[in-house]
Design a protein around this ligand. Structure first.
Ligand SMILES: *[C@@H]1O[C@H](CO)[C@@H](O)[C@H](O)[C@H]1NC(C)=O
Ligand SMILES: *[C@@H]1O[C@H](CO)[C@@H](O)[C@H](O)[C@H]1NC(C)=O
Ligand SMILES: *[C@@H]1O[C@H](CO)[C@@H](O)[C@H](O)[C@H]1NC(C)=O
Ligand SMILES: *[C@@H]1O[C@H](CO)[C@@H](O)[C@H](O)[C@H]1NC(C)=O
Ligand SMILES: *[C@@H]1O[C@H](CO)[C@@H](O)[C@H](O)[C@H]1NC(C)=O
Ligand SMILES: *[C@@H]1O[C@H](CO)[C@@H](O)[C@H](O)[C@H]1NC(C)=O
Ligand SMILES: *[C@@H]1O[C@H](CO)[C@@H](O)[C@H](O)[C@H]1NC(C)=O
Ligand SMILES: *[C@@H]1O[C@H](CO)[C@@H](O)[C@H](O)[C@H]1NC(C)=O
Ligand SMILES: *[C@@H]1O[C@H](CO)[C@@H](O)[C@H](O)[C@H]1NC(C)=O
Ligand SMILES: *[C@@H]1O[C@H](CO)[C@@H](O)[C@H](O)[C@H]1NC(C)=O
Length: 878
């Protein structure tokens, strides 16, 4: 009985607890709050249904919603998008009914897309809000000042919280957020907030301040008092445009552990010794500024440093050996400064944690004993341009974690030690030993199983190529060495440069198995035989093919037309013969085509035309091409080098040659120069080539059989720097319009049949430094204005019997203008008309004068009798 009553009261008790619990759950979602959340849901786009759990009554269990366990109020709304952009909620309208969540403490909308709507003012009314994360939300408009009401806020993350068209007008509201510990304003546009510092300085508890890339151009050099000196640990002011020296107050912020000032146009002013007051500094990033001075007197005091990046500044002096004390230093970047001196083992004595050593581009000599065992294990080593040699650095054999090793231009000579190809064999991905004098053979099989980039350019390596490469290797560059033998089968390679070696065999079909190949440079070898037919069929990804300066022969295979991605085809200086295959029409992406110095024949009209609109460079010189110059060439919008010299082209120069739009433009900027070709790193060569071409605009049609007149439109090619039309049969006058080619530096019209006077307009070509008009039928006085006065070499004009005036010794007997007029008339007016004029003159001046002239001037006498015949014929016909 007692037992059963105890049991039933226990049951009642349990029931009571259960009921109570049920009541809590029911209370756990206030209807108003649930309605507010549903209104919010109704106002956002949710392409991936992230809010699908937002149904039913128990809103505290909805995804992203959390309630206080005792009061049951919603305190947290965490809708952070942790996935890709497709998962973002899209703001359509944000409903102020959300204000019903009056107990909200934590609001995270980061990485959702609110780009269409303004940042809602009502966010400033969540009085209890402590955490607000609007990172990458891209709201439109500005930041509502009402955010200043959030006096409990301790995290405010506004990283890209506005779209890029919006800018912030004021930060005054910030100063009320006195609890703020973490403030991120990255990528906002604060160009209109010059007094940003005074707002920020009102925040005495600030620990993290991130303001990179906010367009700031002012920073106070000195301030009376810095409020956050004992709290701030992270300060990021990178990627701004301060154009000032480092502000003094920085060194008062002694609590700093991370300081980011890179790429912000700080200049001059040595790093002051007071930097050593930053006794907790672990990371110092000041790369890409214009800071001067040396590293002595302060660096060795910075015992807490873990990362030091001073790259791309103007630091000089030598690296103090006391840097060896910084026992926690892990990453050291000093590349691109003017640091000199000698580095020895002492510099590294206690750097047991060093993993990154980047001294690239200084004038540092590393003098390290061959038996030194380093205290560290490096992962990233960039010592390009440091003098390490003459011997190969033996200490590297103890480095077993290296991922990237750059030792280009380190004055290393002698044989590569055998151990090298075994070190770090499982970690290394990038290896650059170019521009040394290293000798030896490569192993047949590489042990570097993760190698992606291998650059051994410009050394003295010899022997055959490795038979097998790691399947990870994308880029192989072995140019300027002494390699010989056959090209192996490398199935995965993407970029191969073997130029300037000693390959003297046929171009074997094994390269057809390099099916991922995008870049191939075999130029400057002694390869002979034909291009294998399979090349065009197999290398579908090929973008860059350079076989120039070899002894290749036969016809260019028609399969070249299958290479539809080809950007560059360089076949110059070989022995190719026959016609160019019509299929070249299919290579519609070509921007560089050089077939110069071969024995190619036929008309180019067949394979060039509408499809090659991308061409920037077309060089066909020194072949046996014939037929006319196709007018379609003048439609090429990008063409800037057209070289058809030394062929058999006939007919006239296309009359609309002046349409070549790139040559018309004097702008140096060319689209393709910034065009990011995806030809991997070797693409750097490509862009170098592109950009070095940038300044060249040239039209060379010399040594062909062109006739007719020089089209007047040529004067529209104002950007042209070189114009060579010499050694043709061009007739008529030099068009006056030629003075419109303002950029012209070199003009050669020699050995043609040009007549008339030299147009005065030539003297307007201020950049002209080479001129050749010799061996034509030019006449009259040589114009002498401005730029032309600098041409004092008479051979420029030789072979023109009727020219006179300086610099040639024949003087013009009459006045310049009178002489010119007469010369003009001589050439312009047909002889018979001239005869009439004389005849009229003759009647005026007397019969004998006329007869005298008739007697003396043989040509006119003929004209006279021809005229008589002419009149006679006409009468006869009538
Ligand atoms: C919020 O949106 C709902 C419909 O989704 C609407 O009925 C309500 O009036 C809106 N409230 C405010 C304050 O805009
Ligand atoms: C804000 O959210 C982003 C992710 O969406 C996160 O990376 C960042 O750390 C958050 N900011 C703060 C201060 O917690
Ligand atoms: C919030 O700030 C605005 C100005 O930004 C002010 O007018 C308003 O009175 C403030 N509200 C509260 C409750 O502090
Ligand atoms: C920032 O805003 C200003 C106007 O306040 C504007 O002139 C400037 O172009 C903007 N900067 C960027 C990078 O959009
Ligand atoms: C420092 O902060 C306090 C409190 O926020 C403020 O009253 C004072 O004006 C600030 N000092 C300066 C120089 O801004
Ligand atoms: C920096 O600190 C020194 C003393 O350590 C002090 O005299 C000076 O006023 C401080 N400057 C600022 C701007 O806080
Ligand atoms: C080096 O780092 C360790 C933690 O990794 C720390 O305990 C030690 O204090 C640091 N040394 C210096 C000199 O800061
Ligand atoms: C390296 O550390 C040892 C022991 O901590 C010390 O005796 C020596 O002076 C240090 N060397 C340098 C260059 O700081
Ligand atoms: C040229 O391209 C067309 C269509 O892109 C294709 O049908 C044709 O086979 C190609 N010819 C050659 C020789 O590649
Ligand atoms: C020659 O030209 C000069 C000016 O150029 C002029 O003064 C002079 O009269 C001219 N003489 C003749 C004969 O035309």
């Amino acid at each position: 009985m007692a037992f059963s009553s105890f049991f039933s009261s226990l049951l009642l008790c349990l029931l009571g607890i259960l009921l109570l619990h049920g009541a809590a759950v029911a209370r756990g979602c206030f209807i108003m709050e649930r309605e507010a959340l549903l209104d919010f849901k109704a106002g956002v786009g949710d392409p991936r249904n992230r809010l699908s759990s937002w149904t039913g009554h128990h809103c505290c269990t909805w995804k992203g919603v959390a309630c206080d366990t005792t009061t049951g109020h919603v305190v947290m709304l965490d809708l952070r998008n942790t996935n890709t952009y497709e998962w973002a909620l899209r703001g359509e309208r944000m409903n102020s009914s959300l204000l019903a969540l009056s107990h909200l403490e934590h609001l995270d909308l980061s990485f959702n897309d609110f780009s269409g709507i303004r940042m809602p003012e009502f966010i400033g009314s969540f009085k209890k809000l402590r955490y607000l994360n609007l990172s990458s939300t891209q709201f439109m408009g500005g930041i509502p000042a009402r955010l200043g009401n959030l006096s409990s806020l301790y995290v405010l993350d506004l990283y890209v919280a506005l779209d890029f068209a919006s800018h912030v007008g004021s930060l005054d509201w910030l100063s009320h957020l006195t609890s703020l510990k973490h403030l991120d304003l990255s990528w906002l546009n604060l160009t209109d907030v010059p007094d940003w510092f005074s707002s920020v300085n009102m925040l005495p508890s600030l620990r993290v301040l991130r303001m990179p890339s906010v367009g700031l151009d002012t920073i106070p050099a000195s301030v009376v008092h810095v409020n956050f000196t004992s709290s701030l640990t992270v300060l990021d002011l990178s990627f701004n445009n301060f154009h000032s020296t480092l502000p003094k107050w920085l060194w008062n912020v002694t609590s700093l552990t991370h300081l980011y000032l890179h790429n912000s146009w700080f200049y001059g002013g040595t790093v002051p010794r007071s930097i050593v007051d930053l006794r907790r500094l672990e990371e110092l990033h000041m790369w890409r500024n214009q800071l001067i001075g040396n590293l002595s007197g302060w660096l060795d005091q910075m015992m807490t440093l873990i990362v030091l990046d001073l790259g791309s500044n103007l630091f000089n002096g030598s690296l103090p050996s006391s840097i060896g004390k910084l026992s926690n230093l892990t990453e050291l970047y000093l590349s691109g400064n003017h640091i000199g001196g000698v580095i020895s083992e002492v510099h590294f004595e206690n750097l047991t944690r060093l993993q990154v050593l980047d001294l690239n581009g200084n004038s540092i000599t590393m003098s390290i004993g061959q038996s030194w065992v380093p205290p560290f294990q490096l992962r990233f080593v960039d010592l390009n341009n440091c003098q390490l040699g003459p011997q190969f650095p033996e200490w590297l054999q103890f480095q077993t974690q290296i991922e990237a090793l750059y030792l280009a231009d380190c004055k290393i000579t002698g044989t590569m030690p055998a151990w090298f190809w075994n070190i770090s064999s499982s970690t290394i991905t990038d290896l650059d030993l170019s521009n040394n004098q290293i000798e030896g053979k490569l192993p047949s099989f590489f042990k570097f199983i993760k190698l992606e980039i291998l650059n051994l350019d410009s050394n003295r390596f010899e022997g055959p190529l490795p038979i097998m490469l790691p399947s990870t290797l994308d880029i192989l560059s072995l140019s300027n060495n002494f390699f010989i033998g056959q090209l192996p089968t490398w199935p995965y390679i993407q970029s191969v440069s073997l130029s300037n070696n000693m390959f003297d065999g046929g171009l074997s079909s094994s390269i057809c198995q390099w099916t991922y190949l995008r870049y191939l440079d075999l130029s400057n070898n002694k390869l002979f035989g034909e291009i294998p037919y399979c090349l065009g069929e197999s290398l579908q990804y090929l973008q860059f093919l350079d076989l120039g300066n070899n002894h290749l022969s036969g016809e260019i295979p028609h399969t070249i037309g299958f290479l539809s991605r080809l950007l560059l085809l360089q076949l110059k200086n070989n022995k190719f013969s026959g016609e160019v295959p019509l299929t070249l029409k299919n290579c519609t992406n070509l921007w560089f085509l050089d077939l110069a110095q071969n024995n190619l024949v036929g008309s180019i009209t067949l394979w060039i035309g509408e499809n090659q609109q991308q061409l920037v460079v077309l060089r066909l010189r020194s072949n046996i091409f014939s037929g006319v110059i196709p007018w379609q060439l003048t439609q090429f919008q990008q063409l800037q080098i057209l070289d058809l010299a030394n062929n058999n082209f006939s007919g006239s120069i296309p009359h609309n040659i002046g349409n070549l739009s790139t040559m018309r433009s004097t702008s140096q900027y060319l689209q393709f120069c910034s065009y990011e070709s995806d030809v991997l790193t070797k693409g750097q060569d490509l862009s170098y080539l592109q950009c070095s071409l940038q300044h060249m605009k040239s039209l060379d049609l010399s040594n062909n059989s062109l006739n007719g007149e020089i089209p007047k439109g040529i004067g529209d090619l104002a950007g042209l720097k070189n114009l060579n039309l010499s050694r043709n049969y061009l007739q008529g006058k030099i068009p006056w319009e030629i003075g419109g080619i303002k950029s012209l530096e070199s003009l050669d019209l020699s050995i043609n049949d040009l007549s008339g006077s030299i147009p005065e307009s030539l003297s307007a070509l201020y950049s002209l430094s080479y001129l050749n008009l010799s061996y034509n039928n030019l006449s009259g006085m040589i114009p002498s204005g401005r730029q032309l006065q600098t041409f004092i070499d008479p051979s420029i004009y030789m072979g023109n019997a009727d020219l006179c005036g300086p610099p040639i010794s024949i003087s013009c007997s009459n006045n310049k203008t009178a002489q010119n007029i007469i010369e003009e008339y001589r050439k312009e007016i047909p002889e018979w008309l001239w005869f009439y004029i004389s005849m009229v003159l003759g009647y005026v001046m007397g019969f004998w004068t006329f007869c005298g002239i008739l007697f003396l001037k043989d040509a006119w006498r003929h004209a006279y009798f021809n005229m008589i015949d002419d009149i006679y014929d006409r009468f006869w016909v009538q």
